[in-house]
Design a protein around this ligand. Structure first.
Ligand code: MLT
Length: 301
């Protein structure tokens, strides 16, 4: 019999995997497996009974991975399970960055009177935008998410350049041959109109994009961060934007100093927030945890 502990429950489709006689979902018993979403477990007093922790999500920075690994506890995540959700939001954000869709929609809502169509027609010029087609997108990190974005951006008619020194053979096969691979990351910084970052947060990637890197970018380049907030130095971004040395910034990580700036779009960590992604992650985390507890095999599926 295995005892499973959850924090804020993951999607029920995942928990359903533990509905068999070998499992109890019990918050108080000494757990063998912990399954969780985004709760921060640093400082949590893990009982000695814990064999594995499964995170329904990609990033593991809410879990003391090193400490657990040293203690022989296996930590799983669910890479790829929410990649489509993040990809769709990044593509939407790319489009939002060239077409003032939100501004136009908000403006229409503010209008009053019977002749709305006429007023809208007469004023629409202020909401004219640009097109993505023919512009160059740089994708830093060609894992599950980066590879999908690279392919979709290519299908949108963008010229796509990817950079990843560690790209896996499997992923390499999924990327269109038309996505150019940069040999040096600097090539992305110096030549791209849009740059999007998709790397995990590690000591090597913390502050990956800072003052030095931004200085290499064109003053019109727009930067996107849907990885982790700490990967981009937001002070450097703000400084460059205020000096007209960077075209704009879209981030999925709320930071008060970035608010109320027309060149910056801040989202509240919505990347993986779709019903489908929640279910995919929950199912993958539960499957992986269950397999490990029952067989000792560490394998994602
Ligand atoms: C992830 O790590 O899976 C995403 O950032 C989504 C999340 O943590 O909510």
């Amino acid at each position: 019999m295995f005892h499973i502990k959850t924090f804020n429950a993951i999607a029920p489709e995942g928990m359903a995997r533990f509905e068999d006689e070998n499992y109890t979902i019990d918050q108080d018993q000494a757990a063998h497996g912990i399954i969780l979403r985004s709760e921060k477990l640093h400082g949590y007093d893990f009982p000695e009974s814990v064999l594995a922790v499964a995170r329904a999500g990609a990033g593991t920075n809410n879990i003391p991975v090193e400490e657990l690994t040293k203690a022989g506890v296996v930590v799983f995540n669910t890479p790829g399970a929410n990649a489509n959700a993040v990809k769709e939001l990044v593509v939407a954000s790319l489009l939002l960055s060239v077409r003032p869709i939100l501004q136009g929609a908000n403006w229409v809502q503010s209008l009053e009177g019977d002749n709305l169509e006429e007023v809208a027609e007469a004023n629409k010029k202020q909401f004219a935008g640009n097109e993505l087609e023919g512009k160059r997108l740089g994708v830093i990190g060609l894992g599950a998410i980066g590879a999908m974005i690279a392919n979709d951006a290519y299908r949108l008619g963008m010229e796509v350049m990817g950079y990843d020194p560690y790209v896996s053979v499997d992923t390499a096969w999924t990327i269109s041959r038309r996505v150019k691979r940069a040999q040096q990351i600097e090539e992305i910084f110096t030549t791209c109109d849009f740059i999007t970052v998709h790397v995990p947060l590690t000591e090597a990637t913390r502050g990956l994009i800072g003052e030095k890197e931004i200085a290499l970018m064109k003053p019109t380049t727009r930067l996107f961060n849907f990885s982790r907030g700490e990967i981009v130095d937001t002070d450097a971004v703000l400084k460059a934007i205020n000096a007209d040395e960077l075209g704009g910034f879209t981030t999925d990580f709320a930071d008060s100093k970035l608010l109320h700036n027309p060149k910056i779009l801040v989202l509240p960590h919505l990347g993986a927030s779709t019903e489908e992604a929640e279910i995919n992650c929950a199912k993958m985390a539960a499957r992986t945890l269950k397999r490990f507890l029952e067989t000792g095999v560490i394998k994602r599926s």
